[in-house]
Ligand binder design. Sequence first.
Ligand SMILES: Cc1cc2nc3c(=O)[nH]c(=O)nc-3n(C[C@H](O)[C@H](O)[C@H](O)COP(=O)(O)O)c2cc1C
Length: 221
Amino acid sequence: MRAVLLIGSPRGDRSTSRALGVYTLEGLRSRGWEVEERFTCRDVTTSEGLTDLLAAVERSDLLILSFPTYVDSPPAAVMRIMETMHGRIKRGGALLAIANCGFISSSNNTSSLSICRLFARDIGWEWRGGLSLGGGNVLAGRTLEEAGGVARNVRRALDQAVSALAEGRVVPRGTIDRMARNIVPPFIYNITANRAWDRAARNNKVLDRIRDRPYMEEEQV
Ligand SMILES: Cc1cc2nc3c(=O)[nH]c(=O)nc-3n(C[C@H](O)[C@H](O)[C@H](O)COP(=O)(O)O)c2cc1C
């Protein structure tokens, strides 16, 4: 059996998308699967890249799309892959989607994962499930092993997912729920995130303007 991982983040090999995808891929490899990894942002820039990518997808029994949520949606490169596959893919297959987002609540990935599920339905592929992680920045470019204790629950969820996928099963509901748990308590996340925004604003000398709302409509009087 063969799996191909498409990494949908422009951050490439420093991305949380890659960390999540590679951990899953290695789990399948350890169960005897052949595996392949590709960076969509690179592949979509040329017609040769797209053609190679489609060939890799056609060779696989399982396609894993791992991407960040950008404005409630998969990023443009992933949308491009889906549009291309929609018109050109000739055989059936199975899709697993792994979405990670910046806000702490994994529910911010809901619409991205629905887009993937409906895409699978429209091209007649089996939907193996959508795994959703909130607070993806907590991993900050580290592998799941390097991240240590903070990623323990994520590793467990992906181990369970791999067990199901290796046997050609859908990822169980309990695993999807496990992955969706808060990676850290929200109040800690918010304190850390607010400090990071303040630091960035200070470095850019706009700390006094951080609460500006230049696009807010004037109140009607
Ligand atoms: C252009 C852009 C749009 C984003 N939109 C959202 C969003 O709608 N919801 C959210 O929770 N996070 C959003 N984020 C945050 C990313 O999803 C988050 O940083 C993610 O962990 C990045 O994953 P990666 O390392 O795999 O690229 C956005 C980030 C960027 C750069």
